[in-house]
Design a protein around this ligand. Structure first.
Ligand code: SR1
Ligand code: MG
Length: 401
């Protein structure tokens, strides 16, 4: 940490120019701190004269959203840089290009995605992205299946598992997603109307807790594929043509279901939010239909594309056994439904919320939305053995919301 200091809008321009020959001599700089995640500082440095810009993401030694009382491994940027480079190759550019990583300052300097918007905000503005399901399902299949034992040499894969051990960030997920929301705990954060409901529906439901415990140990022990590790709609940049996945600092070898489930859960929470926020009419109907369509398509395309590519890419002899690929992918999808439920629950009663639910302005509708979110989530967890196809999701969502 010898040469480390926290960057500011004042210091970042000089810093970037020391690290990279990117801006020209006559640049006119504008800088903004645009990070709205829970962990890091994110600066956009722009040359307004030549219309060029760059992103500098700096890791802090503590959780930004909590303050210095919650320390965090500052070296997580090393993992993030490596995985961005791996994902860039595997997904053929569905992540931003990294220009440089500085292990004194724990900064990643990368491509700016100026004509993109964070998907969560796009969806909250009721925008639709026609290529999203195709592109994100490609990303999922390529980054997950191609980093698994099905495809990789098993010794190389084990080296990767070691390289991507990410204990502190995994602990955050183990606690915030799989433990605290199902217990009474200091870091839980919920509105008053949820306090008794939380105890009755989550803390006292022993059958639910047993299923969540199984999913937690799958997350911890199933080193299946190199995950992004935090694939919610705030980790995706999008526009009408393209999709780019950002922020893979939670990456590690874990169950494929974790990435797919986190994504689907966040789309469903936007559905619940839209249902509560918009008046009846064509705008509402169009957005809800779009969200159901991408939910269905992401699930079905992940399955179809995985099964299609399997015979071309599989290297393990036993994985070529007839029937195995269907069993393997369906098992991923069963656990995906479980992760969907856990992610929806933790965003309602846990430490880290989502704007989709918190921004519902009407108190009565917000209470109804959050309670329904929890009840639907429980169905995903308890009923996951029967939730495999995109149509299964649509049916369940329509029943509860
Ligand atoms: C303390 S970090 C809280 C959450 O923010 C990240 O984006 C992850 O989702 C994590 O669980
Ligand atoms: Mg993030």
């Amino acid at each position: 940490m010898g040469n480390y200091y926290e960057l500011s809008c004042e210091s970042v321009v000089k810093y970037v120019n020391e690290k990279l020959d990117f801006f020209s001599e006559d640049a006119v700089y504008e800088c903004n701190e645009i990070g709205d995640g829970n962990l890091n500082l994110v600066f956009r440095v722009k040359d307004t004269k030549n219309n060029k810009s760059i992103i500098v993401k700096q890791a802090l030694s503590y959780v930004r959203a909590a303050g210095e009382d919650w320390p965090l491994d500052i070296g997580r940027g090393v993992i993030e840089t490596k995985i961005l480079q791996i994902e860039y190759k595997l997904s053929e550019g569905l992540v931003p290009k990294v220009y440089c990583f500085d292990d004194d300052m724990f900064c990643i300097i990368m491509e700016d995605l100026l004509d993109y918007i964070i998907m969560r905000y796009g969806l909250l503005g009721f925008e639709t992205y026609p290529n999203f399901a195709e592109q994100i399902s490609d990303f999922l299949v390529k980054t997950l299946l191609l980093t698994s034992d099905v495809v990789m040499d098993h010794k190389d894969k084990k080296k990767r598992v070691k390289e991507f051990i990410n204990p502190e960030l995994c602990e955050i997920t183990e606690d915030l997603v799989y433990t605290e929301p199902f217990n009474i705990g200091a870091r839980n954060d919920m509105e008053e109307f949820l306090v008794d409901f939380h105890k009755k529906e989550l803390v006292d439901d022993k059958e639910l807790k047993l299923e969540v415990a199984k999913l937690k140990f799958d997350f911890m022990n199933n080193a299946q594929a190199l995950l992004h590790g935090d694939l919610h709609t705030g980790s995706i940049f999008t526009n009408k043509e393209n999709t780019k996945v950002i922020d893979p600092e939670f990456a590690f070898y874990g169950p494929m279901a974790y990435d797919i489930g986190a994504l689907i859960a966040n789309i469903i929470m936007n559905y619940i939010s839209t249902k509560a926020i918009l008046e009846e009419g064509s705008k509402k109907e169009k957005h809800l239909n779009y969200l159901l369509k991408i939910t269905r398509d992401v699930v079905n395309l992940f399955r179809e594309k995985s099964l299609k590519i399997w015979d071309e890419v599989v290297t393990d002899k036993m994985a070529k056994t007839p029937g195995f690929k269907e069993w393997y992918i369906d098992d991923v999808l069963i656990n995906t439904a479980g992760v969907v439920g856990c992610e929806m629950i933790r965003r309602t009663v846990g430490f880290a919320h989502v704007k989709d639910l918190d921004s519902i302005p009407n108190d009565i509708l917000r209470e109804k939305a959050k309670k329904n979110n929890i009840l639907l989530a429980k169905e995903f967890i308890k009923g996951r053995k029967n939730i495999i196809s995109g149509e299964d999701y649509i049916q369940l969502i329509k029943k509860f919301i």
